[in-house]
Design a protein around this ligand. Sequence first.
Ligand code: VG1
Ligand code: CO
Length: 543
Amino acid sequence: MSINTVNTTVFPGQRPGTSGLRKKVTLFQQAHYLENFVQSVFDTLGDCSGKTLVLGGDGRFHNRAAVQTILRMAAAHGFAKVLVGQGGILSTPAVSCVIRKHGALGGVVLSASHNPGGPDGDFGIKYNIANGGPAPENVTEAIFHRTETISQYRISDAADIDLNRLGAARIEDMDVEVIDSVADYAELMQQLFDFDAIRKLFAGGFRMCFDGMHAVSGPYAKAIIEGQLGAPAGTVINAVPLEDFGGHHPDPNPVNAAQLIEIMAADDAPDFGAASDGDGDRNMILGRKFDVTPSDSLAVLAAHATVAPGYRAGLKGIARSMPTSQAADRVAKALGIPCFETPTGWKFFGNLLDAGKATLCGEESYGTGSDHIREKDGVWAVLFWLNLLAASGKSVEQLVSEHWARYGRNYYSRHDYEAVETHAANELMASLRIKLATLVGQDLGHYVVELADDFEYTDPVDGLVAKQQGVRIVMTNGSRVVFRLSGTGTEGATLRVYLERYEADPAFHHLPTQQALYPLTLIAEQVAGITDWTGRAHPTVTT
Ligand code: VG1
Ligand code: CO
């Protein structure tokens, strides 16, 4: 065994986006591509002697090869120890949990989350810091700058280690421990939720369907929901992680989780349905013939948080990303706690959680989480709902309808225009920004514009400023249209248009969502000229 220094040249464009570096697998398979990025991460960290690193991924194609490379590079960089998930598998929330529990310096997550996998799909890598959360922007920028000048990396020539066998191994002077992918995470869940009450619920005939989407959450859901909570075998479907996710798109929304939606639409549907994404950090919540928007899910959980033992003491605050609906704000107001509005991406919640300013966080993109870790957490959200269903004895639909009756309903939808021409998408955003100043006070349809700006966020803890985080047009009654470009796609640009309408009157709480939002859809087109710029008359995905 020896450590080699390898000469390399810069690959342009290794800038992490909303959630790490995501590119086509074929790009990652090029010699030196992954190595350059990993060495840039390690160089940014500096001396790592005596430190522990956590390593795992969502099991997609290229996961195992990348794990072996990173282990050899970690040894060359002088890490004392790496905790790696069995089979190279760790969900994003599990990585966060393991970093915190074992006091690691940080972790590397191999995932492109909801992006398709397989040889022609996407691959990704992100670095999480010692609090368990995604590296903040100053760290990801430092990593990016390093990738622009890198000329060498260091790697051991040690043989592959057996990732399937639990236990200890060694590369150079570094200890490698292959850990159970689920154990630490499951133990944390037991501390947060009333497992006895949920066990009783299942024992009483309550039926559920959890769709693992052939991605990473299957093993977690099987071990916890079927194994520990006693749900019947078969409750978790598509439970085995596959390198190409079975050819599907592991994005838990009503469009991509079509099989689950069909199951939940049947007359004899289970009481509760849920799904998670590629790396296990997202969740979709369904009742029988009823789907819950992620924004509403956050608000409902916040309103009932004290049913769960881990949250008995109440919430310190709630944080949501700017495009997420304002349903949670109403709950925060009723509870007399602060509500924070952050840019898109979980990295912006870390400081608020560390500082004890927020307990629950959520994003409209099927992401919910809390201060138990520093990532959004799919299985956690599902267990929270199970705890709530067990404690209340009510159905999902009942809980949500009662919530609307009390707080009003924030109709909400996101329209995605995927793989549009990058230049056109940038021009659309630029021309919108120019218009902003003239919009305030204008009548748009039945609405009057109260605020039109490009969202800018000053972190209340470290004072760092994030600019150009999405154009928002807010009406006098709180209804909104928001525009931003995705930072996770790998083909062209994806325009996201977020629509929100507030409705206080329960007589209007049961309209079809797209119908309720139609006037705002017209306003979005009128203001942004989406069809003209993109050549698209309709979004590719509506959630
Ligand atoms: C999307 C979502 C965002 C989420 C991010 C990462 O980002 O909109 O809310 O945090 O994905 O989630 P963007 O930039 O494409 O809109 V995951 O589950 O992909 O790690
Ligand atoms: Co994800």
